[in-house]
Design a binder for this molecule. Sequence first.
Ligand code: SF4
Length: 439
Amino acid sequence: MSKQQNGRTVKIFRYDPEVGGEGHFDEYVLDIKNENTTTILDVLLRIQKEQDPTLAFRYACRVNMCGSCGMVINGREGLACKTNVSHIPKGWVITIRPLNHFPIIKDLVVDLGPFFNSFERLLPYYEPKMEYKEPAVILPDSRERVDIGMDTDCIWCGCCVSSCDMVHLKRDYAGPAPLTRAFTLLKDSRDGLFQERLERAVESCYHCRTEFNCTEVCPKQISGTRAIKYIQRMAAQHLSGKVPSHKRLPDPAEPAHIDCDAHNDQSEAQPQSCSCFKDHDDPLPAGMSRRNFLNFAIMGAVGVGTATVLGGLALQTFAAPSMIETEKRWVPLIKLGDLQKNTIQTQMLSYIRKNGPYTTNTTVPVLISTLGPEIICFNSSCTHLGCIVKWDPVGDRFRCACHGGTFDKNGAVLDGPPPRPLDRFNTKVDGEYLMVEVV
Ligand code: SF4
């Protein structure tokens, strides 16, 4: 990574469809006063405004919600509006290029059409079972809801797909985000397309090599890898014996054989031993060539090593979710002495969130109400799309700024799109602390 001493140098990938070619990087220098409060999106906007009005990039909400500004920043996928300049060490050049694996329209703008087509192939919409009678009651702490976790927060930014090598190598691989979407619907007990959705999804899951790149880069902390392993587990439970292996789609990118003298050269003189995947009637002849012997020996050793590593990974990611029960714990929220009376206050709750084999440091605002005789702790995530709700003391209601949802002081929906009341934490008093139950 190249370095510089003064100011910030920003290298941006440029591609003009009218010129064509491979594209190139243009360099800009920018004075940035406060790097902690300047995002990469701010940088792009300033360059477009102050230096180069032809620079093309996509954005909309600026607050990590629309998923429009996904790009590769210093080699790692992320949202331009969520990445601060200070995330890139001082003195480093900032390098910005478009998402991988997508056709480039212009500069940093890519064609997300193939991405949305992948979603479409996996039936991304909810189709209720015919016999189902609304309203459904799926409690926030039910196993079904807990397993889905944050996967419904996906904003379709494409960062995970860009980070995944297998999307590039396997043309029929839907990729992490579409499979995550499929998982959220497969886990929904009201899903009327379960069988068809599962059959379509599991075909794609075969291509996942558990690289965890998608999990690493997702700006919403969603683990596509986990969703994929869950789908495979569901398939093992529900499709066992029902999906014949020939249903797997042919993969044009997969080589037909590893290295095969017998098939590369059709001459009679070639020995019939080979390490390819084609069937041979004859067993290996005694006169095996040294080259093929080494091929067998090396491939065998690599195979055993790979199987051991993949077996370990599979055990962790595939079996672990089924073996590890989601664990509930009590964590301290606030000292009783710090509670304010007859009001609703916001308190940040920090804890380590566990989900199967994965752990994440989580900090979430909790809304504590002392308006009534009992203390109520509301989850501040709006039950519509998970935006943060705030207490409006003047309007005497909770408000979700994004989509106009409002809730009364007991968390009941007053208006807007939220489908259910605000979620509540279980609480208890332990010594001088108010405790809440988390997963
Ligand atoms: Fe973006 Fe994460 Fe959804 Fe992938 S899973 S599209 S990275 S929000």
